[in-house]
Structure formats: C-alpha cells, structure tokens
Write a new protein. Structure first.
Length: 227
C-alpha cells in the first residue's frame, strides 16, 4: 500500500525538516540516549524520511504492533510512548501513522534507560518467574503438600492473610525462642511461604527465619528426622 500523504509536497518538506532536527538533537548530545539506541533511532528516522510514516500492512514490510495504554502492561515501569525518543507529541509519533497515547507502546520504541524503572520488573518477566516458582514447587513438594499449598493460597485470596495469634484466624505462630523443632529443620526459613525479609505470603507481621507456625509446608528433604 502506498503512502499517499507523501503526495503533499509541502507537508513532506515540513516533515523531513522535523526529522532532520530530531537527528541533529541526537548528534549534538542534547538527548540522553545510548549509542546503539541512538543509531537505531536515526535509522528509523531515515527510513521514515524516505518512505513515509509506518503502519501495519502498509506494504513497507515493517510491523509496528502498536497497542493502546489499556493493553500496555509495562507502562508503569516507563516503557511507553510518552518516554520514547521517537514521540513527537501526546498523540503523534515521529515514525508511525497511527494516533498514539502517552501510555501506549509499539515494537519500534527507543526509550532511554534513565526513563525505565528497573526496580520493578515488567509484567512478562514476573509471569515467567511465577511459572518457574510453580515448577520448582512441583519438584519439591509431594502431592499432599501441593494440595495444602493450593488450599492455603485460596483461603488467603478469599479471606485475607492469617494473623499470628492462636485465635480462629491465627496461624499459631511461635517465635524462634519458643520453637522446639529448629534442630529438625522445621522453621519458617524452610517453608515455601517464607519470602525473606521477615515476611510470609500467608501470615502477617514480622516473621523470624527460625520461628514456626501450624501452617508450615516444608519440603521433605529439608526436614531432619530425630535419631
């Protein structure tokens, strides 16, 4: 499909002027962008200056893959049109035809590392880690324990996490000083719900690694049998 907007000579001249200005900004270092990403952005601007703005299935063979803000799961970490070097304005991109949103994203983005919050992982990375954790649990727990794990997770999801008390909603938590089973490896630090930093997935409050509660699920290989 031909880019018919290029037949407007005045618009074409104006557009190419803006493309050149963008390239000059990268060249003089006024835009903080890594060398490789800078070269990539310059290449994209050059392609657009020659062939016109891109869109899916326009005959140029470059798939844009734009998704609006409502579908961009990584906008919260800064991976979005609003932070892309190729963004021209709130609704306009320098290289794609489609109207954009600040929180949208396409596969051609060039976003400086300084604008991406690396302390929070992208959604797809988190999903991969969750799958790896599930596989790990499958390897470490027996069938009864897997069922217990699913049950506790379901209860917490519906009713909230347990407290540390010995009441109806309590986990009967015993601090390290009162745990008689430390020598056997029956401690919070070995439990699949323990997430470190004094935290547990299903029990509230500060959790000591050598403490214990009635909800423990500890892989059998970590439990030492008394002689």
């Amino acid at each position: 499909m031909q880019n018919y907007w290029l037949s407007d000579v005045n618009y074409q001249k104006s557009f190419i002027k803006r493309i050149r200005e963008s390239a000059e900004k990268m060249a003089d270092g006024s835009v903080d962008i890594p060398a490789a990403e800078k070269e990539y952005a310059e290449a994209m601007l050059g392609i657009v200056a020659k062939y016109g703005k891109l869109s899916d299935y326009d005959g140029n063979g470059i798939y844009v893959g734009y998704e609006p803000g409502s579908e961009n799961e990584n906008a919260k970490i800064g991976v979005k049109c609003g932070n892309c070097y190729l963004n021209e304005s709130e609704k306009v991109c320098k290289i794609i035809k489609e109207e954009i949103e600040p929180n949208g994203l396409c596969r051609l983005a060039a976003i400086p590392d300084s604008l991406v919050n690396n302390t929070e992982k992208p959604e797809d990375d988190m999903e991969d880690e969750e799958e790896e954790e599930e596989d790990d649990l499958d390897d470490r727990l027996n069938d009864r324990q897997k069922k217990m794990y699913e049950t506790y997770e379901s209860i917490v999801e519906e009713y909230g996490i347990f407290d540390q008390s010995s009441k109806a909603n309590g986990a009967h938590y015993a601090p390290a000083a009162k745990n008689p089973f430390i020598g056997e490896g029956m401690v919070c630090g070995n439990c699949v719900f323990f997430i470190g930093g004094g935290k547990c997935e299903i029990v509230s409050g500060n959790i000591e690694p050598n403490a214990i509660c009635k909800l423990w699920i500890i892989p059998e290989q970590l439990i030492k049998v008394r002689q």
